[in-house]
Design a protein around this ligand. Structure first.
Ligand SMILES: [Zn+2]
Length: 331
C-alpha cells in the first residue's frame, strides 16, 4: 500500500470516529485496510476571482518544498529550501535580503537564515507579512501544512506584489523565518520543550534587528500565516493577536465571502512568531488552523494531501485585499 493511500485511510478512519485517540491506534488499524484512490484536492479559484492570487502556483511551491524532504534548521534540506525561496523571489523581481544569524539551541549553535522580500512604498510605514519555512525535527517529517503551506502562499503573494507597477503607500515586507520550531532530539511528541527561548528564533531575531535599525517604529502591522493548508480550513481569531487587526482581517474576509473559513470563534496558541512582535508593542496576528493539532500535526503524516490549493487561495486573496485597508489606516 502506498503512503498516500495509507494516509487517506487514516484520515477517513479518523473522520469516522477516532476522535482524540492517539494516532498510533489509527496507524495500527489501517494496516489491514483496503486500498482506495486518494481524492483530488479542491481546485483553486481562477486568479481573476482571487485578486490575482493563483492558488495552484502556491500549491506547486508547497509540492516543491515537500519534495525536498525534512527541512529542520541547519540541515541539507533547509539549505535547498533557502536556495529555492531566494531563487523564486529573485525571479519574481523582488528585492531580496538574506539575514544570517545563529540560534543558541539545546542542540548547540545552529546557523539560521531569515529571507525577506521588500516591496518599496511611497511612505515610511511598513506592513510585514510573515511565515516560517523550517520544519520540526521529527524523522521523515516533510511539513506540507506546517512549514510548507505558509511558505507556498507567501511566495505566490510575493510574485503578485513584487510584479505590481503602481507603488503602494506602505512598504510591504514578506519574511520567511527560520527556526520557528523548538529544537531538540526528537523521541516523541513531548521530548522537545517549546519555551520562549527555544522557539521562534527567526522572528525574535528580526524583531530585535528592526528595533536596532529603527525600522520597528515604522512597522504598522505584522500578519503571520502558519498552517493554512487544510481543505476544510477554519481560521479562528487567536486571542493574543491584536484584536483590531483581527477585526480588520475578518471584516475583509467576510466581504469576500469567506465567512465560513474566517469563523467567529477564538482560541489561544501556546506560541508562534507573531508573539515576537506583540512583545515589542507591535500590532500582530496569527492566521492559523490549529484544529489539526489532534490529527496529523507534528507527525510524519503532515504530507501534501493535507494541503488544498483552494485554501491557500482563500488566505492569499484575503492578504491581497487587506493591503488597501491597511493603507487607508496608515498612509
Ligand atoms: Zn510546527
Amino acid at each position: 500500500m502506498n503512503k498516500a493511500n495509507l494516509v487517506l485511510i487514516a484520515v477517513l478512519l479518523c473522520v469516522l470516529g477516532c476522535g482524540s485517540q492517539p494516532n498510533t491506534v489509527t496507524h495500527a488499524a489501517v494496516q489491514e485496510a483496503v486500498p482506495s484512490q486518494p481524492t483530488a484536492p479542491p481546485i483553486a479559484p481562477a486568479s481573476s476571482a482571487a485578486g490575482g492570487f493563483d492558488g495552484s502556483r502556491a500549491f506547486e511551491h508547497v509540492r516543491h518544498l515537500v519534495d525536498i524532504g525534512p527541512r529542520p534548521p541547519g540541515s541539507d534540506g533547509i539549505h535547498v529550501a533557502q536556495a529555492y525561496i531566494v531563487g523564486q523571489l529573485k525571479n519574481f523581481g523582488c528585492e531580496v535580503e538574506e539575514h544570517d544569524f545563529h540560534g543558541s539551541t539545546p542542540l548547540g549553535d545552529i546557523a539560521m537564515k531569515n529571507i525577506i522580500a521588500k516591496i518599496p512604498g511611497k511612505g515610511k510605514g511598513i506592513v510585514l507579512y510573515a511565515t516560517h519555512y523550517d520544519t520540526v525535527r521529527i524523522p521523515n517529517f516533510v511539513g506540507a501544512d506546517d512549514g510548507g503551506s505558509g511558505t507556498g502562499m507567501m511566495l505566490e503573494l510575493a510574485r503578485l506584489l513584487c510584479g505590481r507597477k503602481t507603488e503602494s503607500a506602505l512598504n510591504v515586507w514578506i519574511a520567511f523565518f527560520d527556526g520557528e520550531e523548538a529544537q531538540g532530539e526528537w523521541a516523541d511528541k513531548n521530548s522537545v520543550q517549546w519555551t520562549n527561548t527555544n522557539s521562534t528564533f527567526g522572528s525574535r531575531e528580526m524583531a530585535a534587528s528592526m528595533a536596532i535599525s529603527g525600522d520597528l517604529k515604522h512597522l504598522k502591522a505584522m500578519i503571520l500565516a502558519d498552517m493554512i493548508g487544510p481543505s476544510d480550513l477554519k481560521i479562528k481569531k487567536e486571542n493574543q493577536s491584536t484584536q483590531r487587526l483581527n477585526d480588520l482581517i475578518w471584516a475583509t474576509a467576510g466581504r469576500l465571502g469567506y465567512g465560513n473559513v474566517f469563523v467567529n470563534e477564538s482560541f489561544s496558541i501556546g506560541g508562534d512568531d507573531h508573539l515576537s512582535f506583540i512583545r515589542r508593542g507591535i500590532a500582530a496576528c496569527d492566521i492559523i488552523d490549529f484544529d489539526v493539532a489532534t490529527t496529523y500535526w507534528h507527525t510524519a503524516e503532515d504530507t501534501l494531501d493535507k494541503v488544498s490549493p483552494r485554501s491557500l487561495a482563500i488566505v492569499g486573496h484575503v492578504f491581497v485585499e487587506i493591503l488597501p485597508e491597511l493603507e487607508k489606516k496608515f498612509r
